[in-house]
Design a protein. Structure first.
Length: 322
């Protein structure tokens, strides 16, 4: 039977290939927007074929298996999980979750998943700020920003974040340990805001939004500053001809600034180190996740749209089954 939108349910579970998994949780991430623009130049993942389920980072339960390494009932992580209640999956994609772990499953899609790994690469590998550095993080209450801020604080930095609501400003200060934060909707001039919150300049900027904020940050960077770009969510729904450009690039020359974009997939050789460190932080309660878990596969579309409207708090996840 058909559900809402473009969902198709089929009670018959196929048994073809390696095995079949029942989807429990699926991560909802902004990068999916770039795969459905219809513009090849925007893509950093392949465009999903028509009439096929889109994929995301998911957690499932094995219901049937032909592979000796996976048994019925195993809980597994699949970075290419179809947004479907059941799917046939090759074993090469799967990573088993230790059944004795006391780490909550949603954490494997947030602090131990793509958002946490992205934040870790940005702060620990590329930015690597020194104690006392002034760090600015945009989209600070989002899936990447909340962990990036906490990691920077653990390195002894002063951290300021921008968010899309006053509630989020309070959240990043009270729960994630940010020193300061501001609601960009209430700032008529980013230049003035940045001068207020960074009287001593910016040493590291983690950019998740792009646009005018990035341009104005270039007026406030210190000599030798790093700008690390993990995304530009403000531009994802804009056609190329109407995207906001950056005008203050000359400041990079005079101040010896390094700007670098990245995909966390380019650093998978360091995922083991990341996971070990992050699990330790979680168990020591030095890293605190915040999840917005929506119920039912039909909520996926609404959950996805919420990423671009400042309405979500923390990492957005859809719970499909228990």
């Amino acid at each position: 039977m058909r559900g809402n939108g473009s969902f198709l349910r089929n009670p018959r579970i196929p048994f073809i290939g390696v095995g079949t998994a029942s989807l429990l949780l699926i991560s909802v991430d902004p990068y999916l927007r770039s795969t459905i623009t219809g513009r090849d130049g925007d893509l950093y993942l392949p465009r999903p074929p028509l009439n096929k389920a889109i994929t995301g980072f998911g957690i499932g339960r094995v219901v049937r298996s032909k592979n000796k390494n996976f048994n019925e009932g195993d809980i597994v992580i699949n970075p290419f999980s179809p947004v479907a209640e059941y799917s046939i999956v090759p074993a090469d994609f799967l990573r088993k979750i230790d059944p004795t772990t006391d780490i909550a499953l949603p954490n494997y899609l947030s602090c131990l998943g793509v958002p946490g790994f992205t934040a870790w690469v940005a702060i620990e590998v590329l930015g690597n700020p020194k104690p006392g550095s002034n760090v600015f993080i945009s989209a600070a209450a989002g899936g990447v920003g909340m962990f990036a801020g906490q990691l920077a604080k653990l390195k002894g930095c002063r951290v300021v974040g921008s968010t899309g609501s006053n509630d989020k400003v309070q959240l990043i200060k009270d729960e994630f340990g940010y020193d300061e934060g501001f609601n960009y909707h209430e700032e008529s001039d980013f230049d003035v805001a940045l001068a207020k919150y960074f009287p001593d300049g910016i040493d590291l900027y983690l950019d998740n939004v792009g646009g005018k904020l990035l341009d104005d940050v270039l007026n406030h960077v210190n000599k030798g500053a790093h700008i690390v770009i993990s995304g530009m969510i403000s531009q994802y729904n804009t056609i190329p001809a109407e995207r906001e450009g950056v005008k203050n690039l000359m400041n990079m020359v005079g101040k010896d600034v390094k700007m670098q974009g990245f995909l966390c997939g380019s650093y998978l050789n360091q995922f083991g180190e990341f996971a070990q460190q992050m699990e330790k932080y979680i168990k020591e309660e030095k890293i605190k996740p915040k999840h917005k878990i929506n119920q039912g596969i039909e909520s996926f579309f609404e959950s996805f749209v919420s990423l671009f409207s400042s309405s979500n708090l923390g990492k957005v996840i859809v719970q499909v089954a228990t």
